[in-house]
Write a protein that binds this ligand. Structure first.
Ligand SMILES: [Fe+2]
Length: 338
């Protein structure tokens, strides 16, 4: 087969048929490698079932299926001929065509895509996108070797700034953690605080001020089970940065972290890439620390497996609420190693 194909569509249960539909392009007994977009899962069952039932074989195809997953770049493997078909998303296929990559979309059995584009108020339809810049997220997710509970408790822990983030905004000589004004809600909690921060020259455009020490007014939210809103206002400039973090467990020791940011300043005030670079360095510091801890975090503190201090209050509330969520679903905590 000379051409390589990308199957576009999230509704993978129908894609077994999509592969067969291209059989006329293949020679008899062609070896075909299909790379899925994720680990084996029910909605991709059609591919595996077609192998088991011999459907591909009847069409003269020797199909082997490889699983995608985090850190697997399907398009790269397709173009380098490590795979003959991949399951992929429409936006990436459009991007690949734009870049001149030799790929063809052969099937889109799902005729509506649940992905959406967020626009400014003056854009009311696709026509309005003409001559506008469209940003598509590519790097806002990472696999971390820790547990979502560790990420959540760290994200509300005011005591780590001075140490973990001393290279950028942390005030190393003011380690006293700021206390939270705490409000529990039906989705989790809201925690408000004001944190003094270091403001090196590299962050002038981020904070909107040139003062060597400035302040973050934080209105953070925890959403059960593993999402966090970081609502950061810089009172000196009026700049708001709202960051969302969602941690999805992959297994007992790994998670996929997705992070995105909203802001009320402009590209002129602070280029997007500068903001990404600034936050990426901070996130990398958190990652280093968290990946050094035991991912098997204790949820039920009555077990006294871990000790806590007053600044851990958010982490303790997270644990209590998680435990309540587990119990509400007839589940209990399972320890891997304790
Ligand atoms: Fe941090």
């Amino acid at each position: 087969m000379k051409n390589r194909f990308a199957l576009t569509n999230p509704l993978r249960s129908l894609l077994g048929a999509a592969v067969l539909s291209s059989a006329s392009l293949a020679m008899a007994n062609d070896k075909v490698v299909l790379l899925t977009s994720w680990y084996a899962q029910a909605k991709q069952g059609g591919f595996y079932q077609a192998v088991a039932d011999g459907l591909y074989e009847k069409q003269g195809l020797d199909v082997s299926i490889r699983m995608g997953g985090p850190q697997v770049n399907g398009m790269q493997l397709l173009v380098s001929k490590q795979a003959d078909f991949i399951v992929n998303y429409d936006l990436q296929i459009l991007k690949s065509v734009e870049q001149g990559l030799p790929v063809v979309a052969v099937a889109a059995p799902f005729q509506g895509d649940p992905q959406g584009l967020m626009t400014h108020a003056d854009v009311n339809g696709l026509d309005g996108l003409k001559n506008k810049q469209v940003l598509v997220s590519t790097s806002g997710q990472q696999e971390w070797k820790t547990s979502p509970l560790r990420v959540m408790e760290n994200s509300f822990d005011n005591s780590h700034f001075s140490f973990v983030h001393k290279a950028n905004f942390g005030l190393f000589d003011q380690p006293q953690p700021a206390s939270y004004d705490f409000r529990e809600t039906d989705y989790g909690f809201e925690a408000e605080t004001r944190v003094p921060i270091r403001n090196p020259e590299e962050s002038f455009a981020i904070t909107g001020t040139r003062a060597p020490i400035t302040e973050r007014h934080l209105v953070n939210r925890y959403y059960l089970p593993f999402s966090r809103r970081f609502g950061c206002m810089y009172p000196d400039s009026g700049i708001h940065h709202i960051i969302y973090n969602c941690a999805t467990p992959i297994d007992d020791g790994r998670l996929m972290l997705v992070q995105w940011l909203y802001r009320n300043d402009s590209e002129t005030d602070c280029p997007t890439q500068a903001l990404i670079d600034w936050d990426a360095a901070i996130t990398a510091e958190d990652r280093d620390i968290l990946e050094a801890t035991d991912p098997d975090a204790c949820v039920d503190t009555r077990r006294r497996v871990e000790l806590h201090m007053p600044s851990d209050k958010p982490g303790l509330v997270i644990r209590r609420q998680l435990l309540g969520l587990l119990e509400a679903h007839g589940e209990s905590e399972v320890f891997a190693s304790h």
